[in-house]
Design a protein around this ligand. Structure first.
Ligand code: DGY
Length: 430
């Protein structure tokens, strides 16, 4: 049964292959997405290393001169997706979006090198400078005041687009008069009840319009843009990515860079304390424009364990939240605490379970020695795929598959769990 699922996972990823890059799913997301591609490459690396590195090389090829690796790369025009290339940039030859996404790349590359051979080492080494430039960009563009935490300029940059974390900030985003003469494509592929609302989209597109008008100038976006928030997810993923970049630098014996990355890590470890929300005893999002904490405990709050950061007390509180939230649903880890008033079991990042988040949280729990909680999350992920199908996200109460079907990163995470577990052996024909 499980062997069939692994085979099916490989078939789905192969079906979503567009020649050098893999779309998350056909129709709904017909381009190359940054963190989707990274997780998918990790899945592919379990059966075809050459193709896995090709995925990452093509992603990194889209890196901007300033170091930024964009969240979407438009290799082709596709009328099925909105907002396409023309909405992002004034330049007519634009082929990427203009902000980034959670920087899991260094962690994925470290995993592929660590679990690989000399071939993987060489490939990883050839991408090292691009990773350095990418991380430098995050510090300069998203922490220009050197405070030790990065802030996102658009909810899409968090990858958790419509999480309640951004409600405070989006509330204050001004939607220009007569705005709204655009047509969303996502809702012709997926029921609107599982997607962000039209009101969310007006706000998302207003921020894109602001960005386009200022040529996405990072300083202007940070100082004056309509939206600025601290995302615990991106901060913890970035901290973990820096720790994994450090492992790569040590392996390659890059002494100067080791010192530099160590200083980045120290800065970020201190910076995380800025978004410990003592009221709810968790790391939560913080809206920089209104200077207010968001009070939702989300699956991103749990990623402090993945980054292995915070005091023992903070980690213990987080583990208790994990336990409590897992006990309140059939399948964990929901994207928002089901007790929170804004929880919605089927709406995108406002409640559903996501396999990639489960992968990172289970790693963090294992690192803390919380093996049974980690196992529960891995088992739930596999059960969800069995019950709901290879979907984008899942209802934490019923297991129903939601959003895009035949989803690349869900397939990839299943393969990675298979690789990492001695009980889950499988073979492929590659
Ligand atoms: C979408 O189109 O919904 C994406 O999440 C934005 O990157």
């Amino acid at each position: 049964m499980i062997e069939e699922k692994f085979q099916n996972a490989v078939e789905i990823i192969t079906k979503n292959d567009r020649g050098g890059y893999t779309v998350p799913t056909s129709k709904l997301y017909p381009h190359q997405w940054n963190w989707d591609s990274a997780f998918t490459a990790l899945g592919i690396s379990t059966y075809n290393k050459t193709r896995a590195w090709q995925e990452l090389i093509l992603l990194i090829k889209a890196q901007w001169k300033n170091g930024m690796i964009p969240h979407i790369i438009f290799h082709k025009n596709d009328p099925n997706y909105f907002p396409g290339p023309n909405h992002w940039q004034i330049k007519s030859n634009a082929n990427t979006s203009c902000h980034s996404q959670p920087p899991v790349l260094a962690s994925i590359i470290w995993d592929m090198v660590k679990n690989g051979n000399n071939y993987d080492l060489k490939k990883g080494q050839s991408l090292f400078n691009s990773l350095m430039a990418y991380h430098e960009w995050f510090f300069s563009a998203r922490d220009p005041n050197n405070e030790g935490f990065i802030s996102i300029i658009h909810p899409w940059e968090s990858g958790r687009d419509n999480c309640p974390d951004w409600d405070l900030g989006l509330h204050n985003v001004n939607v220009p008069d007569n705005f709204g003469d655009y047509v969303r494509c996502d809702t012709s592929h997926v029921e609107i009840s599982q997607r962000p609302t039209n009101k969310d989209y007006d706000k998302f597109m207003s921020i894109v319009e602001y960005g386009r008008n200022c040529n996405w100038d990072p300083k202007k976006m940070y100082d004056e843009g309509p939206f600025l928030a601290i995302d615990p997810g991106i901060n913890f993923i970035f901290l973990k990515a820096n720790k994994d970049l450090l492992s790569l630098a040590k392996l390659f014996n890059y002494k100067n860079r080791v010192n530099k990355i160590e200083s980045w890590i120290n800065k970020l470890e201190d910076g995380c304390q800025n978004f410990w929300n003592d009221k709810v005893k968790a790391f939560t999002a913080f809206d920089m424009r209104s200077n207010q904490f968001c009070d939702a405990i989300t699956n991103a709050s749990m990623l402090c364990l993945y980054a292995s950061t915070g005091s023992d007390k903070q980690k213990n509180y987080t583990i208790k939240h994990c336990e409590r939230i897992l006990n309140s649903c059939v399948y964990g880890m929901p994207s928002v605490d089901p007790k929170h008033k804004k929880f919605e079991s089927e709406r995108y990042w406002r409640g559903p379970v996501w396999s990639i988040m489960n992968y990172m949280i289970s790693h963090g729990l294992e690192h803390e020695g919380e093996y049974s909680l980690a196992k529960r999350i891995k088992d739930d992920t596999i059960k969800l795929i069995e019950v709901g199908g290879m979907y984008e996200y899942f209802n934490p109460h019923t297991g129903k598959g939601l959003g895009g079907h035949d989803f690349s990163w869900t397939a990839a995470i299943l393969l990675v769990f298979g690789r990492d577990s001695s009980n889950l052996k499988f073979t492929t024909n590659k």
